[in-house]
Design a protein around this ligand. Structure first.
Ligand code: ADP
Ligand code: 5GP
Length: 203
């Protein structure tokens, strides 16, 4: 199953993704392509596939991207290859912006959409400032975009309010775990169990 984690910049997507991936087995991270510059703590092909604008445009032209968007002045996108790299039965977590999440709806048969809401506008602002990665101008821009992005929450299956981090991680893990319990996801394991009931004698 694909789990699409989305929400405004600074709401805590990557923090939640990192913690959930570390705590849940069988869940992998979808490595996006991006044209933005690599940060010091990031690794190529692990955090992102870092590419040039020309390389990114060539991927789009060749129809290799399932979704892509220009986010805060750089290009970001998910390739079909990334979604296919894991076989059936494996879960993949996508940390993508709201425009990308909207594109995935309708292009992918099965996906669970999770919207991350910050507890308030002022807390989102505080988190962006405290993160210390963006200039005041960039922060203002992100907050303006956030005002539009949060209106999309009704398009999602789940909404997690990231107030207390540990509770939010617990909720995201519950979304993944409960999806794994769905009848449609369990058929492979159910069949031999049901079969055993018709093969073995009661006495
Ligand atoms: P996003 O990936 O959505 O842009 P981040 O994961 O980078 O957001 O989080 C933005 C900032 O908020 C980071 O400095 C992170 O440590 C902090 N943060 C995330 N979740 C919480 C939380 N529940 N409470 C307080 N701070 C948080
Ligand atoms: P950052 O540069 O902070 O890593 O990410 C900036 C924004 O780009 C975040 O909102 C993140 O969710 C989004 N993003 C990351 N990968 C993708 C992707 O593959 N597609 C889209 N549409 N957005 C992405």
């Amino acid at each position: 199953m694909l789990f699409i984690l989305s929400g405004p910049s600074g709401c805590g997507k990557s923090t939640l993704a990192r913690k959930t991936l570390a705590q849940l087995k069988g869940l992998d991270f979808s490595v996006s392509h991006t044209t933005r510059r690599r940060r010091k703590n990031e690794e190529d092909n692990k955090d992102y596939h870092f590419v040039t604008k020309d390389e990114f445009e060539a991927l789009i032209k060749a129809g290799k991207m399932v979704e892509w968007a220009e986010v805060h002045g750089c290009f970001y996108g998910t390739s079909y290859k990334e979604l296919e790299k894991k076989g059936a039965g494996f879960d993949l977590l996508l940390d993508i912006d709201v425009q990308g999440a909207m594109q995935i709806q309708g292009r992918v048969k099965k996906a669970v959409f999770v919207f991350i809401l910050p507890p308030s506008f002022s807390e989102l602002k505080r988190r962006l400032i405290d993160r210390g990665e963006n200039s005041p101008e960039e922060i203002r821009n992100r907050l303006e975009i956030a005002k539009k992005e949060i209106r999309q929450y009704p398009q999602f299956d789940y909404v997690i309010i990231n107030e207390n981090l540990e509770s939010a991680v617990k909720e995201l893990k519950s979304v993944v775990t409960s999806t794994r319990c769905m009848l449609s996801m369990r058929q492979k394991r159910i069949r031999p169990i049901i079969q055993s009931f018709s093969e073995e004698e009661a006495g």
